[in-house]
Design a protein around this ligand. Structure first.
Ligand SMILES: [Ca+2]
Ligand SMILES: [Ca+2]
Length: 473
């Protein structure tokens, strides 16, 4: 444990030694974050693995200060750290991949991250207590993705910690135990909630709202899109293989971090609205810092939920509406982030691909998001416009196979193709409407750099990317 503290201290000290400007940009606004999680392998529930990958993809935007398994055996040893280690292995592979360069982008060193996992329950409790008591103007957020036992035991040892932390937890399912336990954050939750000593604790308790991340087919498409980003993306897809609940991107446990990342700053104004909507403050006098799902116009009995339990499905719809509506924005922002972290022009030995959304675009074109488009985005061409791709590193002069991926709104379209400034005439894009498809062209490329332009003739179609087969001619 001492070692963890020394490492943390040395990071802070090193940070201070940098230019003041950099310190401000790097540290002043980064939330300090401790996560308690129940990540497990082959246990049927990949939620925490997904949330951990999502967290690591944002780990240059936060100060991660603890990764605490929430279950320990009778000897105080953590019950399962293999899942966390495995995700960190994937992170390390991406970190060491020179084409990604996570270090240059401010992502933490994998060795530092491994030191954030405590060796024992005692170490975990010490860490929460020490971080909470640290003299630091930035608040300490504790994100609970599983049970709340560690927090409860910390508060039993040192009740003053309750006033120094900000807690965001995820709750249970609507049908849990038929209201015998209306909110299940597992062990520890009720012991904290029911003690008036902790009534002032700052606490966002997400109960059901976060399940909106798992409704419908979009999470399935999203998982497919995410699986293409590095070893971390691959481990997301792999973790779903033996899972009974694992369809698609399991977004439930990511909700606490979404509150921190929300650009509307909803964490400082939970009742003002944001990605999860306006959270409820059901007991403003007794628990002024307690916020939870908002059942909207539905008259939910927050004090005794069992009284209104019979209509829980209606309440569920109300509290999930905002997140369901904002999910496409959340997805698009994540893909945009991943496209900036991972190299977007991918090149294997024989194929190079160039996204339309990264090409040179005239003003009249729009970039839009679609989970079925390569890298999550495409270019919509309507009234006018030109898309120019720069195709790099062509090995020698000759004729190459170039595929353009597109989608037609109604029926076939023709557009003008221009290669290295030379008009190649009209190209017809045909096939079925409203589905992504590819058309192959044989183009005479020169060695090195080439520019390929699609200029609107009939317009009204979408472009995703250009794929160049480099093993020809
Ligand atoms: Ca969990
Ligand atoms: Ca694309």
């Amino acid at each position: 444990m001492k070692q963890i503290q020394i490492t943390l201290l040395s990071i802070l000290v090193t940070g201070v030694a940098l230019t003041p400007c950099q310190v401000k940009a790097d540290n002043s606004f980064k939330p300090r974050v401790v996560v308690t999680l129940d990540a497990c392998l082959d246990c049927g529930n990949p939620d925490d693995i997904h949330a951990l990958v999502h967290l690591l993809w944002h780990s240059n935007e936060i100060d991660l200060e603890g990764l605490l398994p929430d279950r320990y055996d009778v000897f105080g040893d953590p019950v399962e750290t293999e899942a966390i280690e495995k995700v960190l292995d994937a992170y390390e592979a991406d970190y060491n991949n020179t084409s990604i360069s996570l270090a240059d982008q401010g992502f933490p060193d994998p060795t530092t991250l491994r030191e954030l996992i405590p060796d024992s329950q005692e170490d975990a409790l010490d860490l929460i207590e020490t971080l909470a008591n640290e003299d630091n103007p930035r608040p300490l957020f504790i994100l609970g993705w599983g049970n709340m036992r560690l927090l409860q035991e910390t508060l039993t040892r040192d009740p003053s910690v309750a006033e120094k932390i900000r807690v965001i937890t995820v709750g249970t399912r609507t049908n849990y135990n038929n209201c015998r336990e209306p909110n299940l954050n597992g062990w520890g939750r009720n012991a904290i909630f029911q003690r008036s000593q902790f009534d002032n604790m700052w606490w966002i308790e997400l109960d059901w709202a976060q399940e909106a991340m798992q409704i419908g087919e979009e999470p399935v498409k999203m998982l497919d899109a995410l699986s293409r980003y590095g070893d971390l993306g691959q481990i997301l897809a792999d973790s779903n293989e033996n899972s009974k609940w694992g369809r698609g991107f399991r977004g439930g446990d990511i909700a606490p971090l979404l509150i921190l990342l929300d650009p509307s700053g909803s964490v400082y104004n939970p009742t003002k609205g944001g990605w999860l909507g306006k959270l409820a403050q059901p007991f403003p006098e007794r628990r002024p810092n307690y916020f939870t799902d908002n059942m909207g116009k539905y008259e939910w009995d927050y004090e005794k939920p069992c009284r209104t339990w019979i209509d829980r499905e209606l309440a569920l719809k109300e509290c999930q509406a905002a997140l369901l509506k904002n999910r496409p924005v959340i997805y698009a922002k994540l893909l945009e982030r991943l496209n900036s972290i991972y190299p977007t022009q991918t090149k294997t030995q024989s194929i190079a691909s160039y996204e339309a959304e990264n090409a040179e675009l005239t003003e009249d074109l729009r970039v839009r998001s679609d989970l079925e488009a390569s890298h999550g985005f495409y270019v919509e061409m309507k009234g006018n416009g030109r898309i120019t791709w720069v195709l790099e590193d062509v090995p020698a002069d000759g004729e190459y196979k170039v595929k353009i991926r597109y989608k037609l709104p109604f029926h076939h379209q023709t557009q003008r193709l221009i290669l290295n400034g030379e008009d190649l005439g009209m190209a017809t894009f045909d096939g079925s409407a409203r589905a992504w498809q590819e058309k192959e062209f044989a183009l005479p490329l020169k060695e090195g750099r080439n520019s390929l332009t699609v200029e609107k003739d009939w317009g009204y179609m979408d472009f995703d990317n250009v794929i160049l087969a480099l093993n020809e001619p």
